[in-house]
Design a protein around this ligand. Structure first.
Ligand code: CA
Length: 222
């Protein structure tokens, strides 16, 4: 799952990003409002953690702009205690939730899980399931009928994208954008390698699930 952190207090931004990465999220971090808007407008994120007071463009304006462009990425606003007006304003402009600084890590993670939760696909906070195959975040593994096998971080991230939208073709470009980022020089071959590892692991636990290749496009979970 890919998150965007927009926060101008560099230490806080970097600390957040570290915590999120340790919790299996892919994270892009930017430190001002204009970069925040540019990134948010790509629509590639599963969630945005957005500070309100930012240089060049404030969080509320960013929010207003992305909602105007019909981008529905869930947004968690970060507010200072004194910004109650902004908080109300933010919720009116389409924020999904807010967190008042200072906050504890556990609460932030819970809020992010809540706002990015997809309907019907998640058994609980840390499990995704398809046709009996379970992807478990806590153990970073796939499980079927009591058999489990560990995944590497990249395998986990690719599997998470596939299992979130079964029967839908996931283009290779999208995997690269989400997991490696726009500026990476990862090649399609690299993804094929991870997909072949994942296929082997699915076979190891005998799950009735297949990663199909859509030639020249990408992959789907069937
Ligand atoms: Ca700020």
């Amino acid at each position: 799952m890919k998150l965007l952190v927009v926060e101008d207090e560099i230490q806080l931004a970097d600390a957040l990003s570290e915590i999120l990465k340790r919790n299996m999220y892919t994270v892009d971090t930017v430190y001002d409002g204009v970069d925040g808007l540019d990134n948010a407008l790509t629509g590639i994120y599963d969630g945005i953690i957005l500070d309100i007071m930012l240089p060049r463009m404030n969080g509320i304006e960013i929010l207003r702009n992305i909602r105007k462009e019909k981008i529905n990425t869930p947004v968690l606003l970060l507010t200072a205690r004194s910004e109650i007006e902004d908080k109300i304003n933010g919720l009116d402009c389409g924020a999904d939730d807010y967190l008042t600084k200072p906050f504890v890590t556990g609460e932030m993670l819970a809020r992010i899980r809540a706002m990015t939760r997809r309907k019907g696909e998640i058994l609980d906070n840390n499990k995704l399931e398809f046709n009996g195959l379970e992807l478990n975040k806590n153990t970073c593994s796939i499980i079927y009928a009591g058999n489990d096998v560990k995944l590497s971080l990249k395998e986990y991230q690719i599997m998470e994208m596939l299992i979130a939208n079964p029967h839908h073709i996931l283009p290779k470009e999208r995997i690269i954008e989400k997991i490696w980022g726009y500026e990476s020089d990862v090649e399609y071959n690299n993804i094929e390698v991870y997909i072949s590892f994942l296929r082997k692991k699915i076979t190891v636990i005998s799950a009735p699930v297949q990663i199909k290749t859509a030639r020249g496009i990408g992959y789907s979970l069937e």
